[in-house]
Design a protein around this ligand. Sequence first.
Ligand code: ARG
Length: 455
Amino acid sequence: MAILWGGRFTKDNDKEMFDFNESLSFDKRLYKVDITGSLAHAEMLGKQGIISIEEAEDITKGLKSILGDIESDSLKINSAAEDIHSFVEAELIKRIGDTGKKLHTGRSRNDQVALDMKLYTREQIDSITLLLKDFIDVIIYKMEENTDTYMPAFTHLQKAQPTNLAHYLGAYVEMFLRDKDRLKDIRKRMNLSPLGAGALCGTTYDLDRDFVAEKLGFDTATFNSMDSVSDRDYLIETLSAISIIMMHLSRFSEEIIIWNSNEYRFVEIDDAYSTGSSIMPQKKNPDVAELVRGKTGRTYGALISLLTTMKGLPLAYNKDMQEDKEVAFDAMDTVSKCISIFTKMLYTLKFNNDVLAESAMKGYTNATDAADYLVKKGMPFRDAHSVIGRLVLLCLEKDCAIEDLSVSKLKELSELFDEDVYDAISLKTCVERRMTKGAPGEIKKAIEHYKDLNK
Ligand code: ARG
């Protein structure tokens, strides 16, 4: 067994204890960031004269060969090592001999794992950001195609007012732009290097922590060694941002599931992104949307899990913190897969424009505009609301739309009605003359704004 701490012990761990304690089975994905961190550490040790330049070079060569072999699959990470840090160190010693034993000078696995998780999380933040960018581009593309596609907008899942599809989709652009921004904030706040904090109280070696920080793309080294090894706030923030992304994706999924239903028929999901039923031949199910909605739960679980793990921990490192990995990795994998597949599903999604427009025509979505018509003719809004309420009741009895009634019939409810009412409550007017900032009539300006923000 490749353990790093055998000296004080007189016998091996019980096998069940070893298995219970090990993290290699899940932290092996940290191999690259672990080696990247070690390369910077070794170079700094050489520069500071803590080890010789030749030793630093040997270590560098050894680490690079290990990285190359793992990447080309000629070295498998499946030894009996306790974790990825032990695995790499044992492999280094195997390759370069005693010099390899000097790599861990002035370092603990506590600051090493803190560094690895930060480097890995930072990479994940960057790749999730890119996925979000592509996704937002696809939503914007769909918006541009649908500035004239009228549809009903809902409150309480009841038809409320008409809008255009671009305006509807724009709401999701706003959400995902905020998500991208949140990741950017987290990245900035977390970008301090913990390496050199040692186990918890720093070290007497003359380490150049800022040199390592700069090498690894951090803004600076951290300022408190105890916090450095026990901070997982950035990971909690990342899981929170991931949960919010998933919540947004889940809402969008819910729309698509409803829109795809036989009753709505607003959309047609591409065959490549839906499935059928083993028994009911007519079925075409919205599985991507349902799975995304379903997977949202596990990302919330990851967030709550880590919050709970951290809440009782005194300073500094405690082994409880090893529990950050599986949940965080799962949440990162989940959100990435979900954004990627959802993007493809949306890109190929067909909107049934005729069905959308017809749905907007029905259900009295122009009732507010009819009331506004009377207000513009001098009636107080509350009275207009009541008149149109009675008008809708009448239409429901007659099973017709407001615009189906003649002017003389309308005048029975208010003398203020005239020929111009039909234009005032037409679908086109209702959507396109709503020109306040953020409203559907201004959607083309919003599209330009989003394009700018998503650069
Ligand atoms: N596998 C450990 C983790 O993930 C690495 C740090 C171990 N440190 C220690 N003092 N045992 O947290």
